[in-house]
Design a protein around this ligand. Structure first.
Ligand code: PMV
Length: 363
């Protein structure tokens, strides 16, 4: 597939108005994407678990304009409130995807969105938000080509392709449960343009894998991921890091098949710390971990050593900690979290999640 394959031929139907709703999840990368080329093409491949509970629900209503005014016309609401500050991001998104969805200037859109996780929780809503919006737009396109059947695989592929142009990691939020984005020899069919379902065997140990997100810092990110990605240009360790991501995907393939949780933990924690090491060694440099992030990491390591538990952690571009563990250790690890880790969370807040099965359309 190339970018050109996502440019539609002529639309056959005339649709004057309507409304579509999608629920789309967040995802957590195990092999991290950090660094991009032009047009949101990743510098390295990444692999993520799709989440179940952290979701964005978006309703997109649309009315055909009487006259073509050659502009994008939309309003965005979060929890019922008009959000003018969301406008520039959506405007940029529409500009990037217009060539693939040529109907965008012909309608007045109302985008109503809500998250199942608290806003200002420090959890990025861009993956779930952009994927939900991309899916809504695809549902409109599907109505516009009503005379020919719309292939479901293509629908998801194009939704992922569009979501990527909104926020890179959003392209991994369309389907479940394990997704790869970025071309790599390690995964057949992988692409820089969209996420693909991980095509190999996954051991039962990873079924319903748990992710408890400890909200260490609910503030705005000090450094946006766009700025962070750009700092990988001319980064002294960039090329080695990009190669390492390919190698780690090869290694993870073996681990996902064998169910070796010790090897899984070593790889996943190393990836998380490497992501932050890239931030700490860029110019300008920055640190997104907080003292409590490190307290939690040390507690997890000693708990694992003392009890033999398979709990581990990963990090996003922020201070919050994703605590990962197999389903059969849920009771024990949740007790450990309550007893020893909640004290490091802002207002004691954390979110229980687990690996999930992707976006769903609400009728
Ligand atoms: O999707 P973006 O541009 O916000 O980048 C997200 C990058 C990380 O979350 C740090 C890693 C990843 O692969 O999700």
């Amino acid at each position: 597939m190339t970018e050109k394959d996502f440019i539609p031929k002529k639309y056959s139907a005339n649709v004057s108005n309507g409304s579509v709703t999608w629920e789309s999840p967040s995802n957590i990368a195990l092999v991290k994407y950090w660094g991009k080329k032009k047009n949101q093409i990743p510098e390295n491949p990444s692999l993520s678990f799709t989440l179940s509970n952290c979701k964005t629900i978006t309703t997109l209503s649309f009315v055909k304009k009487e006259e073509d005014d050659n502009s994008f016309t939309f309003d965005v609401y979060l929890d019922g409130d008009l959000k003018e500050d969301f406008r520039p991001k959506i405007q940029t998104f529409f500009e990037r995807i217009e060539v693939y969805l040529p109907f965008l200037r012909q309608y007045v859109f109302k985008i109503e969105t809500e998250n199942t996780f608290p806003h200002s929780s420090g959890i990025a809503s861009s993956a779930s938000g952009m994927s939900a919006l991309a899916l809504c737009l695809m549902s409109i396109e599907k109505q516009l080509v009503s005379d020919s059947p719309f292939d479901e695989a293509f629908f998801n592929q194009k939704a992922s392709f569009l979501a990527r142009l909104g926020s890179g990691s959003a392209c991994r939020s369309i389907e479940g449960d394990v997704i790869v984005w970025g071309e790599t020899e390690a995964v057949e069919g992988s692409s820089d343009l969209f996420g693909v379902k991980y095509p190999y065997q996954v051991h039962g140990n990873f079924e319903n894998y748990q992710d408890t997100i400890l909200l260490v810092d609910k503030g705005e990110k000090q450094v946006s991921s766009t700025v962070g990605h750009n700092l990988m240009h001319n980064h002294p360790y960039a090329l080695n890091r990009f190669q390492q991501a390919h190698d780690n995907l090869e290694e993870l393939k073996v681990i996902l098949e064998s169910g070796d949780l010790d090897a899984f933990n070593a790889l996943v924690e190393s990836e998380a710390l490497t992501l932050h090491a890239m931030m700490m060694t860029s110019m300008p440099y920055f640190i997104l971990m907080k003292p409590n992030t490190l307290e939690i990491i040390n507690k997890i390591w000693s708990f694992r050593q003392i009890t033999g538990s398979h709990v581990s952690f990963t990090l996003d571009a922020g201070a919050n900690v994703h605590v990962l563990y197999p389903q059969d250790e849920r009771e024990q690890v949740l007790q450990f979290i309550k007893d020893e880790l909640v004290v490091y969370c802002q207002n004691g807040h954390y979110i229980c999640d687990q690996i999930g099965f992707g976006a769903i359309q609400n009728q």
